[in-house]
Ligand binder design. Structure first.
Ligand code: C2O
Length: 581
């Protein structure tokens, strides 16, 4: 008896003391588990007078919205009912130690085959704001995308006045033809793929396109209120300007990170980026409706879709006002004014306004020292035409794109599995060049030799390496703005400029105080951008241009971040239902 009495007193003591500690601190708000089911199925959709069968989630276009709070766990079961292989990426989610749920096909998982399913399992930690999810294989994200909204923890306010209402505004790109056929054909012929037929807001092209007046996104607002627009660019290949006629927008967040608020008439948003803006509605009934429009920002030489998507901002009639007899048709319609299609000075100016909040509550943890430096050239190039034929790329070659002149060859098995199980042989090598093998005048007169090399080369980073990466655009086949997206991390954009990066002069101007923190950044056309991140998330992390055509051409690579020493610094084991190749 006595012998068994002692341990239980000790246990009781331990219980009491932990109970007391528990009472001394504010009650931690624990996240909940949220379940979603994504049935990938074909769905007939009509746009621009064309009926088309699209790959969809649950028959919806755009797909369903995922809403969670910071700290929540998400369990999303994806069931594939279509002939295509599929995988879904939760764009911008940090996936701490849960890389198996990241989604890029052949990087963190084999795709989900027809008739198979996979449960994406991850916990949202240290993030709140607007992100999105999309298919991450071939060009299926053309129709398979939707908002991913992370609310702050219960009871935690926004760092701005609580909006009256929140609305997702998600841009897409519509193709009358099958996007899979378009990219497959382009990769066969070596030429540029056909461009889209329309841009869409929440899946709707709007009145500036044929047959589309009935397919217009309408935002009905009340007088004198503040609306939070969660703007997402899910378009395949185009950066977009966005503006609402006669209204000013206040930018408060980018890529699910709060920013120092600033006012602007127009925002610029690249594929892969998200921007939260506040819209203050007019205090008095304006007798008018307003266009909200988006059209591309284009710097490259390829043909592009130069059309404009329009939605309509409509004011609700004030109750029992004398306006009640006015019909919508009698109201004047104001058009929004957007920058010129190639307005790079707008792009530069807009980028310079984006600053981290850098407050006590939301600090900007910019790495102050750098362990490892990288310099990557980003740009287009060519590959030889196969089978001695003439291809439709430049001078009979095939279009390619590369990082440090390596055009990334996709493996046929998943990189993360190969890494985790120590089976990299024949799958990938770890000799990705840290700098261009042959330096040249990157933004000067392009060299005659435009050929890229091919390989599945990765960079290995020890856990907690502090990385500085300069991404330098090249003028090979034309300078162009490239929105580069890094999986598994946010990074800080510490500097950017035009021409060639100067390692002696440019770092002196880096902003290490309040640089914007994000997951996708535009490498300026004919310029460079410098980013820093702390490699504190073990796994294999894809990095690529979020212009899908450039990804298809090989503008992609991956980082391996090794496990740390502590148990909570290691990649979790793969889930049992991880798809097989
Ligand atoms: Cu939104 Cu790897 O992409």
């Amino acid at each position: 008896m006595g012998a068994s009495f002692r341990p239980s007193t000790a246990l009781l003591g331990a219980f009491l003391s932990s109970f007391m500690i528990f009472c001394l601190y504010p009650k931690p708000v624990l996240g909940i588990t949220r379940h979603y089911k994504f049935n990938i199925k074909l769905q007939n959709v009509t746009r621009l007078c064309h009926i088309k069968s699209i790959v969809s989630v649950n028959g919806r276009f755009p797909g369903p919205r995922i809403v969670a709070r910071e700290g929540d766990q998400l369990l999303i079961k994806v069931v594939n009912h279509v002939p295509n292989n599929i995988s879904i990426h939760w764009h911008g989610i940090r996936q701490l130690r849960s890389g198996w749920a990241d989604g890029p096909a052949y990087v963190t998982q084999c795709p989900i085959q027809t008739g198979q399913s996979y449960v994406y399992n991850y916990t949202i930690s240290g993030q709140r704001g607007t992100l999105f999810w999309h298919a991450h294989i071939s060009w299926l994200r053309a129709t398979v995308y939707g908002p991913l909204i992370i609310l702050p923890k219960l009871g935690v306010p926004y760092p701005f006045a609580k909006p009256y209402k929140e609305v997702a505004v998600i841009f897409g790109e519509w193709f009358n033809a099958d996007p899979e056929a378009i990219i497959n054909q382009a990769l066969q012929t070596g030429g540029g793929p056909n461009v889209s037929d329309a841009y869409t807001i929440n899946g709707l092209p709007g009145p500036l396109y044929n047959c589309s007046a009935k397919d217009t996104f309408k935002l009905k607002v009340k007088l004198g209120k503040t609306y939070l627009l969660r703007v997402i660019n899910a378009a395949l290949n185009d950066e977009l300007f966005f503006s609402i006629a006669n209204h000013t927008l206040t930018v408060v967040e980018a890529d699910a990170v709060y920013v120092k608020p600033f006012n602007t008439e127009t925002i610029l948003i690249a594929p892969g980026q998200t921007t939260n803006v506040l819209l203050k509605t007019k205090p008095r009934y304006p007798n008018a409706t307003y266009f909200m429009t988006a059209r591309p920002y284009v710097t490259g030489q390829a043909t592009f879709d130069n059309s404009t998507v329009a939605g309509i901002l409509e004011y609700e009639l004030p109750p029992n006002g004398f306006h009640s007899s006015i019909s919508i048709k009698e109201l004047s319609l104001f058009k929004s004014i957007l920058p010129a299609l190639n307005d790079t000075s707008f792009a530069t100016n807009f980028a310079s306004k984006l600053r981290s909040l850098a407050s006590a509550r939301f600090p900007a943890n910019v790495p102050q020292k750098v362990d490892k430096q990288f310099f990557f050239t980003i740009g287009l190039g060519t590959s030889p035409c196969q089978h001695n034929q003439t291809c439709q790329g430049p001078n009979g070659t095939m279009f390619a794109a590369s990082v440090n002149n390596v055009s990334f060859a996709m493996p046929t098995t998943a990189l993360l599995q190969a890494h985790f199980f120590g089976q990299s042989n024949g799958v990938y090598t770890t000799d990705f060049p840290s700098d261009p093998t042959i330096p040249f005048n990157y933004t000067g007169t392009p060299t005659n030799n435009t050929m890229v090399t091919n390989g599945t080369k990765l960079v290995v980073l020890p856990f907690n390496t502090s990385v500085e990466l300069i991404m330098q655009d090249t003028s090979i086949l034309g300078a162009e703005s490239h929105p580069l997206h890094l999986h598994g991390f946010n990074f800080f954009v510490v500097g950017q400029g035009f021409g060639n990066f100067d390692p002696n002069k440019d770092p002196k101007n880096f902003n290490l105080v309040d640089p914007i923190e994000r997951n996708t950044v535009g490498v300026p056309s004919g310029g460079w951008v410098a980013i820093r991140f702390l490699a504190d998330n073990p796994g294999v992390w894809f990095m690529h241009c979020h212009l899908e055509v450039h990804t298809s051409w090989g503008l992609k690579m991956a980082w391996i971040v090794l496990d740390g020493k502590l148990p909570n610094q290691k990649l979790l084991p793969p889930p049992a239902d991880l798809p097989k190749c």
